[in-house]
Ligand binder design. Structure first.
Ligand code: AMP
Length: 150
C-alpha cells in the first residue's frame, strides 16, 4: 500500500476543501475540477483499488455516496452527473487510493455532452465506448467462473 496524497489529506498533513467526514470516509473538492462541484469521495482505508477495499469501508462508502451526490446536485443545480471510479493505470487512475469522482454535467453552459463529435463539443467529461459482442456460449462460460468466486 502506498502513502498517497489522499492519505496525507486524510491525516490532515495536506490541506483540502473537505465537505464531509465520518469514521470511514471523507469527501473533498477536486483540485482540478472537470466541472463546478467536482467532488471526490474517499474511504480512509488506504486500498489502491476498489477490489482491495474491506467490507466495512465499502459499506460506509455506499451509505454516504448518494447523500453526497444529492448535496452536490442541490448546490450546483446540475440535473445530470457521472460517478467515475478508476482502478489501475490503464483505467486512468492517477492517485493509487480508492476514490469516487462525482462530476456534475452542465450542457446548458456549453459543457461537454456525450455523443457529440469532438469538434462540436465543450470542455469537461465525456464518456464514450465502443461496444463489443457477447455470444451465448461466452456469457455462460464467463458467468460460470465469476459466479464460482462470489
Ligand atoms: P484519478 O485519475 O481517478 O486517480 O483522479 C485523481 C483526481 O485527484 C484528479 O481529478 C485530481 O485532480 C485529484 N487530485 C489530485 N491531488 C489532489 C488534491 N491534493 N486535492 C484534491 N484533488 C486532488
Amino acid at each position: 500500500m502506498t502513502d498517497s496524497i489522499f492519505s496525507k489529506i486524510i491525516r490532515g498533513e495536506v490541506p483540502s476543501h473537505k465537505v464531509y467526514e465520518d469514521d470511514f470516509v471523507i469527501a473533498i473538492l477536486d483540485i482540478a475540477p472537470l466541472s463546478e462541484g467536482h467532488t471526490l469521495v474517499i474511504p480512509k482505508e488506504p486500498a489502491e483499488t476498489l477490489d482491495e477495499l474491506s467490507d466495512d469501508h465499502a459499506a460506509a462508502l455506499g451509505r454516504v455516496l448518494p447523500r453526497i451526490c444529492r448535496a452536490v446536485k442541490r448546490v450546483t443545480g446540475a440535473e445530470s452527473y457521472n460517478l467515475l471510479q478508476n482502478n489501475g493505470q490503464a483505467a486512468g487512475q492517477a492517485v493509487p487510493h480508492v476514490h469516487f469522482h462525482i462530476i456534475p454535467r452542465f450542457p446548458e453552459r456549453g459543457e461537454a455532452v456525450d455523443g457529440k463529435p469532438d469538434k462540436d463539443n465543450g470542455p469537461g467529461l465525456r464518456t464514450t465506448w465502443k461496444p463489443g459482442t457477447l455470444t451465448q456460449e461466452e456469457a455462460l462460460e464467463l458467468g460460470k467462473h465469476i459466479k464460482r468466486l462470489l
